[in-house]
Design a protein around this ligand. Structure first.
Ligand SMILES: Cc1cc2nc3c(=O)[nH]c(=O)nc-3n(C[C@H](O)[C@H](O)[C@H](O)COP(=O)(O)OP(=O)(O)OC[C@H]3O[C@@H](n4cnc5c(N)ncnc54)[C@H](O)[C@@H]3O)c2cc1C
Length: 1012
């Protein structure tokens, strides 16, 4: 049943029906909230279709865009493009054919997203049987409305399908009147179509209620005098409709239906069993319904005499090992009830399969309210907070149960919960695997290597989510915790992480609504971090450091579950058509899990002590086995001669084809991300950099901020990781890694030749527990950025010490008094906003002594350690600029014609292209080799290779970009193309992090030391 909640999230809705009835009755008594109680003035209810009776195109689009990597919002933008005369409205007025519409729609979508959008696939999904299904709550409401003698109509903006039929996936017999825009040639919000509908109903506007999800359509109806209801979610809308009509729209048990053919159970046998169980006075017919979406364990509603019960049974057919353990659910609920945990009262477990075909158990009806939407619509912020606090409290209550005293001693193995869980879910996933999901493969390798030590053993619920809790209808109190199928003894923190899943899922996420795109502060909902903190506080335990691991594991498990449902749906064993969607979603969720694994990786990295570098002992050889990649394409690799522990880091790969599947997947994702999100923004970013707001970070970059690998932040992070104390890391490294703060590095001084760092003059003086700094710095990159919070400052603590022990580095908060930014410097007229390169004066700036890094006199040593990784990053970026420049050049020379033929046919252009390709490849190989040495032998051992690439890459890039500029003609110098900016950056990098000459000196000196 646990997984069923992903699909229906409310199959125990029946449970709060009684409470709801009570609530309605008491409200009626209070009267003031129920404006139309009793004799209603209304006689007809008019329903829009998409978004009211069936899912809206917007919600289908949101899901489809996620799954097809189409930028979010593209479909809706394309649909609204052109307004009244746009293709969508013309299509809905029946003026154009499906083919013409799709062509126009595809063109607009691609224009908006700057990528090809397979709109045919969206259209098929929108009109598929699987998606275009009427909401059960609406079906029930319509039948109640008609039973009371009211009229019903559907008034829809719809269209013709390619088959020539209009798109109306509804049972027409539910409505007295059906008005379709494509047949009438008029669309909402045109008043004529509402009037037409009223005429056919024979009703006045004041006698009608109209439900739609779109504001303009409602506004038009309201202006005619029709009462309107805005539909955000069907269930809330039905409640509003109930209040207007003055009667209930749920006759039976919500979210139930007649028992499916394949899920039938022998009623006579069940009735006999229940009579034996409940006593002979239990007479009368047995009413049996099935909850809508029983995915895991089919669940039934039973009414027999005055008893209302729920029966849960194992599904028929061959089952995955250890799944569907309803006997365990029964046992744990029984034990926990005695221990005071709120759970439904279980009556009996019947393990005898001969009674109804499979084992089952029966429990009592439990009135209450289930919150299906974690954003808790309709509640006040303080009520929302109280609901989440109650959820947290009940979890603490479960975890505080003395399981031995409760008789649950052998309910699960003690200890090693996570290793066993990872193993179990890996097995379950493997048993259900239908194709390779790269993130799952990575997680299967990563999780066992990063298992935390279990601190406590407790009863864990295993599927602890808001919609598994039955709340008191009037206050924030949990009346019953449901769905115990996955419960066992284990690590309670896994439950805490699982309870936060919705925090990381978007509200448009199909199957399980999330709140990741909602403003939690405004809603009053605690963040996931706050939930963790609240839990630790209640349980009186220290803060949980590694909760990203627990989140990664929780999402991994969810992905494995979804894959299981998908596999069963392929076999026709799962009981819902929407199970098929779960296959695609398994991949989405596994990517989320991997994001958390990456975050946990960063945390561990942050805490790692500086690694001991190896001595330089690597050589390159081409292994015969590495020449042919598994795909059959040629690739090249070298194998390090370093000790085995380091060779495990892998061979040097020279080509995209040679990448491992995991890295290849990352590479492809990156390419897609650049294509979809980064390149299209370039012109806008350039405009921002030239605008008056240039010193404020562009919101576009803020939105996209995912790489967090800019200079000088990465270099500064390296310094803190390698040389910072725990306190320094906690204060400065964490916000930098999280991308919440930026930083700068102040070494270069205008008055001295700073390519020789020993020359710098700024002073660091010790004074009463503080260091006082004075100095004049320039070319301090990033200092202008309003987010810059930290400056790593290099100055002299002891001018009398040996030449390379005079300097020290200090962490200087940017808001310390005495720091004066004099001006931004420009590079070929470009100011590189919002980070900029500033000229600064430090005048009597006082910082606490604990801000010293590594110790006085260690500055030179730190500078050496810092610059290696920073330099190679610059070189990697330069290879990127060069590739971009060459790509732009190739496109330009193919389309530009001079002297009667395209430029590409000119011999000099061909020669330039060839030179550029060769030079890029030469530099790339050197960069890859240096990076490989850094990985396997450490930065110090790779010093020669780093110096070589820093000497080669900027000049190479300058030449390649210069050739591209030349091929573009004057346009290449303009800001219409990124080439001029690339050139300026490449040229500047012949100075930044040391001028070329200094690196040449390093290379030459090392070469001279080599034995001849
Ligand atoms: C875009 C950009 C960003 C920068 N960001 C930062 C930053 O964030 N923080 C920071 O502290 N600094 C930064 N710098 C400064 C940079 O590190 C220095 O410019 C560089 O170290 C050279 O120092 P200098 O400008 O004082 O040149 P000088 O030391 O005056 O050298 C001038 C020239 O002398 C020649 N020369 C120097 N040494 C030798 C030699 N051994 N043999 C032969 N010729 C030699 C070279 O041609 C050199 O260009 C940045 C520079 C640029 C352009």
């Amino acid at each position: 049943m646990y997984i069923g909640r992903l699909f229906r999230s409310s199959d125990l809705q029946w449970a709060w029906r009684a409470a709801f009835l009570r609530c309605i009755q008491s409200r009626r008594r209070g009267a003031h909230r129920w404006t139309h109680s009793g004799g209603s003035a209304y006689r007809a209810v008019i329903f829009d279709m998409g978004g009211v009776l069936i899912p809206s195109p917007g919600s289908v689009a949101a899901e489809w865009e996620v799954q097809n990597h189409v930028p979010s919002g593209t479909i809706l933008k394309a649909l609204s493009k052109g307004g009244e005369n746009g293709p969508w409205m013309r299509f809905m007025r029946g003026e154009i054919t499906t083919g013409d519409f799709l062509q126009e729609f595809g063109r607009l979508s691609s224009e908006i997203s700057k990528t090809t959008v397979p709109v045919d696939s969206f259209f098929s999904l929108l009109t598929s049987k699987q998606v275009a299904q009427q909401f059960p709550v609406m079906t029930e409401a319509i039948s109640q409305i008609r039973a009371k003698g009211f009229q019903t109509a559907v008034l829809t903006n719809n269209f013709y399908l390619a088959s020539g039929k209009s798109f109306l996936p509804l049972d027409r017999s539910q409505f007295d009147v059906v008005v379709e825009s494509c047949l009438e040639g008029v669309c909402k919000p045109d008043p004529r179509i509402y009037q037409l509908c009223l005429e056919r109903l024979g009703r006045q506007p004041s006698e009608s209620i109209f439900l739609d999800d779109l504001g303009p359509n409602l506004k038009a109806a309201a202006s005619l005098g029709i009462r309107t209801i805005k539909v955000n979610d069907p269930e809330t809308a039905v409640k509003e409709l109930e209040s207007l009509l003055g009667f209930l729209l749920h006759s039976g048990v919500p979210n139930t239906r007649p028992v499916r053919k394949t899920m039938e159970i022998p009623k006579d046998a069940l009735q006999k069993y229940l009579r034996d169980l409940l006593g002979t006075q239990t007479t009368g017919p047995l009413e049996l319904l099935q909850f809508d979406h029983g995915q895991s364990n089919p669940t039934y509603y039973i009414r027999l005499a005055n008893h209302q019960l729920v029966l849960r049974k194992k599904p028929p057919g061959t089952l995955l090992p250890s799944a569907h353990a309803i006997e365990r659910e029964f046992r744990v609920m029984k034990a926990l009830a005695s221990a005071g945990v709120p759970v439904p009262r279980v009556l009996d477990l019947c393990e005898d399969s001969s009674v109804i075909g499979t084992p089952f158990y029966v429990m009592e009806y439990c009135p209450g309210r289930i919150y299906k939407d974690p954003s808790l619509p309709g509640l006040e912020p303080s009520q929302r907070r109280a609901v989440y606090a109650a959820m947290n409290r009940v979890l603490c209550q479960i975890h505080s149960v003395d399981f031995q005293a409760a008789g649950l001693d052998g309910y699960g193995k003690q200890g090693d919960y996570l290793p066993r869980q990872v193993q179990t879910w890996t097995k379950q996933y493997r048993a259900a695997e239908t194709s390779t999901i790269p993130a799952m493969e990575r997680l299967i390798q990563w999780l066992p290597l990063h298992l935390p030590r279990q601190q406590r053993t407790a009863v864990v619920h295993g599927d602890f989510r808001l919609d598994n809790l039955l709340f008191h209808p009037e206050k924030a109190e949990v009346l019953a915790v449901l769905d115990w199928e996955l419960s066992t003894l284990g690590d309670p923190l896994a439950d805490v992480a699982y309870s936060c899943l919705a925090h990381y899922l978007p509200s448009s996420f199909p199957l399980l609504k999330g709140v990741s795109d909602r403003d939690l502060t405004q809603l009053g909902i605690p963040t996931a971090e706050e939930c963790f903190r609240m839990y630790c506080l209640h349980m009186d335990i220290p803060p949980v450091e590694n909760w990203n691991f627990y989140m990664a594991f929780s999402f991994f498990r969810m992905a494995a579950i979804l894959q299981g449902v998908y596999k069963r749906s392929l076999k026709g064993q799962a009981s819902s058509a929407s199970a098929e969607q779960s296959g695609k979603l398994a991949e989405f969720i596994s990517n989320l899990a991997w994001d958390f694994a990456t975050k946990e990786g960063f945390r561990i990295f942050k805490e790692m002590p500086a690694a001991k570098p190896l001595t330089r002992s690597c050589h390159t050889r081409a292994g015969p086995q590495s020449l042919l990649s598994p795909t059959g394409t040629r690739s090249y690799s070298s194998v390090s001669g370093a000790p085995p522990a380091h060779t495990s880091k892998g061979a040097l790969v020279f080509s995209v084809e040679g990448l491992s599947p995991q890295v290849r997947e990352l590479y492809d994702r990156l390419q897609r991300f650049m294509g979809q999100h980064v390149y299209p923004l370039e012109p806008e970013l350039q405009r921002h950099q030239a605008s008056v707001d240039k010193w404020t970070p562009s919101p576009l970059i803020e939105d996209l901020k995912i790489f967090n690998c800019s200079a000088p932040d990465t270099g500064n992070m390296e310094v803190l990781v390698r040389y910072g104390t725990e306190e320094q890391k906690a204060r400065w490294l964490a916000p930098l890694l999280e991308g919440k703060a930026r930083s700068c590095f102040a070494m270069t001084e205008p008055q001295v030749a700073s390519s020789d760092a020993a020359n710098i003059e700024a002073s660091i003086r010790e004074e009463e527990g503080f260091y006082v700094i004075n100095g004049h710095k320039w070319w301090t990159s990033g200092v202008m950025d309003p987010r810059c919070q930290l400056c790593i400052f290099m100055g002299k603590t002891d001018p009398q010490a040996p030449r390379h022990q005079q300097q020290s580095m200090l962490l200087v908060p940017m808001d310390t008094p005495g720091i004066k930014i004099l001006r931004p410097l420009s590079v070929y007229g470009l100011e590189d906003a919002p980070g900029g390169h500033g000229e600064i004066r430090f005048e009597n700036v006082r910082v606490p002594k604990e801000n010293m890094i590594l110790g006085p006199g260690r500055g030179f040593e730190i500078a050496q350690g810092r610059l290696g990784p920073g330099r190679i990053h610059h070189c990697m970026r330069l290879i990127g600029f060069s590739e971009r420049a060459l790509a732009l050049m190739k496109a330009r020379v193919k389309s530009r014609v001079a002297f009667g033929k395209p430029l590409v046919e000119q011999g000099t252009i061909l020669a330039d292209i060839a030179r550029s390709r060769v030079e890029i490849e030469q530099a790339r190989l050197l960069v890859l080799k240096a990076a490989h040495f850094m990985d396997v032998a450490g930065n110090k051992a790779a010093a020669l290779d780093i110096a070589m690439v820093k000497m080669v890459a900027p000049s190479m890039a300058s030449r390649v970009i210069d050739r591209a500029i030349q091929a573009f003609g004057a346009a290449g110098l303009s800001s219409d193309y990124p080439l001029a900016q690339f050139f300026a950056w490449a040229r500047a990098l012949r100075f930044a992090d040391g001028p070329d000459e200094v690196h040449r000196v390093t290379v030459a000196k090392m070469e001279l030391k080599r034995p001849t």
